[in-house]
Design a protein. Sequence first.
Length: 230
Amino acid sequence: MAKNRDEGTVTDPGKGSQTREQIVTQALHIAAYKGLEALTIGTLAKKLKMSKSGLFLHFGSKENLEAAVVERAGELFFSHVLLPAEEDGLEGIEQVWTLCDHWLDFVEKGILPGGYFFTGAFFLCARQDGAIPRAVNQIMRQWLNALEETLDAARRVGDIHTAIDSRQTALELNGLLLGVQCSYLMDHKDHIQARSVILTKLGSLATDKIPVGAFASLKAWRKYLEGRHE
């Protein structure tokens, strides 16, 4: 049993773990909506109706709290974007499409408030040193590496041209996603047009193995994907 120094009562480790989860969840909500720079011990303590000392007890420093927030944001992102594409056993250009489609879905469903958390976090931290900038940078690299690896795999199965530079194309796809996210934040429309833009890009990469008509519309593309599984 451990002593709760904030309240002066005895609690079990499970209660402490639950409180920590609540703190990280609320902290992530604030950081996702307003940015990491808006996350302070004082603001968070007020939201959770805790004392600053009690909150500080669970993390020891603001940096440790920020690290937990970035880690949780990364877990949410990868569980909604990368894992489904891997677990469904997809391959080739379909897996490339699915990664982009899930990225847009992640934003549309508001898994994290305020849009794509890592855009703001990356631009805030990109030129800084320290554990938090490194953690944000690592997650961004993991995402780009996943896109690159998926493009390489699509090239190996003959879905996209062998001359394609996978790294450059991963950057281009990421740039398209970030661009349509800006548009989404301005007019709050759905991502149908964004998906059409991604589809057009994939059409420019595809080999003759995939019918040209499959890229004519989202409806045609989805019908083509259904056919791949028959």
